[in-house]
Design a protein around this ligand. Structure first.
Ligand code: FCB
Length: 439
């Protein structure tokens, strides 16, 4: 390829300092997370297979970060395990805290910007015994935990994600019952959403207070799964209505509350959470595809948030190994739309896929990065992209079957093998640009 082509119009160069990396979460990679509610759930036989040693990342993190560097990354998103920091209520494990300080230092030493998530689906067992996220006390507990973490890590970390996918968390754990505590209770779910919002707000204030005077200031966001909701049957008015209301509830309820401090759908619910107003410095966007909404009459319940997902219309042309829709176009639309809605920077905290064929994984990543480039051209302010995931890992209720890694893990030997998709993605990370086909 000659020089002229390299600098030609078909390339999009990302803004200087753009964050390129991948993401993991503690429970999915660390191994032996014995104090968390997910561990207890697994031991009770509620999943296909238990997480066990997972990727043994708790011990192998330095080697894994070496791989991230080899793959051209300059950032890395990971999560802290609350159950390790506070294994029993008010008992703080200094060794565990020191471990995460070491993790963050290891990232910094390699030129990887840490993006730290405080809650990624798992909670300590002691909290679960107190009613978990249905108990209003969780808000203070979470604020205290944040304080401990920021005391230890604050000087090294700029990007914070308070809670990963609050709405998915509620859906999985309190409506579908596929994660602890396995509830299917709409009233409980509503309570949990409110507590997640209040906990986010409390942690936002703790982080800013603790880092007052830091230069640069911390940036705190949530990682929100932003599905593009679409009517299952486009011609059916009730599906169109249900898709709109689902967007309003699943996407807007959370975001309006943490930007405006208030959210309401007449006849459904109203939240006034003034302390949550303006508690978002950036939006973490997790994007996997569209979700198709089919209207099913469920008296007293909300569509989408409940269980009418997963009815893919026949016209969905491309699916992942888990049957999820693939739509880079919808990713473009989401980035442009959320920039317009929120006027905040967007950080893609997760995007990636499980495909049986790695070439298809690469095609997925490439087309989503191209869509992101076009969204930036169209005015979206995107500051980084984290591919899900650095490593194959424990995919919750699905177990180890679905492999999302750009690095393959042989669970028998814990050996890592970089996939071709990881090498191709490295090209983009290193050059900070992508070829836009058809441009
Ligand atoms: C996201 C979760 C992440 C992983 C991916 C595949 O919704 O945040 O932990 O399970 O899906």
């Amino acid at each position: 390829m000659n020089n002229e082509q390299r600098t030609g119009p078909n390339y999009f160069t990302f803004p200087q300092g753009f964050l390129w990396g991948s993401a993991t979460s503690a429970h999915q990679v660390e191994g032996n997370n014995v104090r968390s509610d997910w561990w207890a759930w697994e031991q009770a036989g509620r999943v296909k297979e238990p997480s066990g040693l997972a990727c043994d990342h708790y011990r192998r993190f330095a080697q894994d970060f070496d791989l991230a560097v080899e793959l051209g990354h300059n950032a890395h998103r990971f999560s802290i395990e609350w159950a390790r920091i506070e294994p029993e209520e008010s008992q703080w494990d200094d060794e565990a805290l020191a471990h995460y300080v070491e993790v963050v230092r290891a990232l910094r030493a390699r030129g990887l910007e840490p993006i730290v998530t405080l809650h990624h689906y798992t909670s300590p067992q002691w909290l679960a015994r107190q009613g978990g996220w249905t108990n209003p006390k969780v808000v203070d507990r979470f604020a205290r935990y944040t304080e401990k973490v920021v005391d230890a890590l604050g000087e090294f970390v700029r990007y914070w994600v308070s809670i990963n996918e609050p709405m998915v968390y509620v859906r999985m754990h309190y409506l579908q019952g596929v994660g602890p505590p396995g509830e299917k209770d709409f009233a409980q779910a509503l309570r949990v959403i409110e507590h997640l919002i209040r906990a986010h707000a409390a942690s936002y204030h703790v982080l800013h207070e603790a880092c007052r005077g830091h230069d640069p200031q911390p940036l705190v966001g949530v990682a929100h799964l932003v599905p593009a909701f679409r009517p299952c049957r486009r011609w059916w008015p009730m599906d169109r209505w249900a898709s709109g209301i689902t967007d309003r509830i699943f996407n807007r309820a959370l975001l309006d509350t943490i930007t405006e401090g208030r959210w309401s759908v007449p006849g459904v619910a109203t939240w006034n959470v003034p302390e949550a107003k303006a508690t978002l410095d950036f939006l973490g966007v997790n994007f996997y595809g569209r979700q198709f909404i089919r209207w099913i009459p469920m008296p007293g319940q909300w569509p989408g948030v409940t269980c009418d997902l997963g009815h893919h219309p026949r016209q969905v042309p491309e699916r992942t190994g888990l049957g999820w829709d693939v739509s880079p176009e919808a990713f473009f639309e989401v980035l442009v739309e959320y920039r317009r809605r929120l006027r905040l920077p967007l950080l893609v905290t997760e995007n990636g896929t499980y495909m049986l064929d790695d070439a298809r994984r690469w095609s997925f990543i490439l087309r989503h990065v191209q869509a992101m480039a076009r969204a930036i051209q169209a005015g979206a302010h995107v500051i980084g992209y984290c591919c899900w995931s650095l490593l194959d890992n424990f995919e919750w209720a699905e177990g180890f079957g679905p492999r999302f890694g750009i690095v393959e893990v042989d669970y028998a030997t814990q050996q890592r093998l970089v996939r071709e998709s990881g090498r191709c993605y490295a090209e983009i990370c290193r050059s900070n640009r992508v070829l836009l086909d058809g441009a």
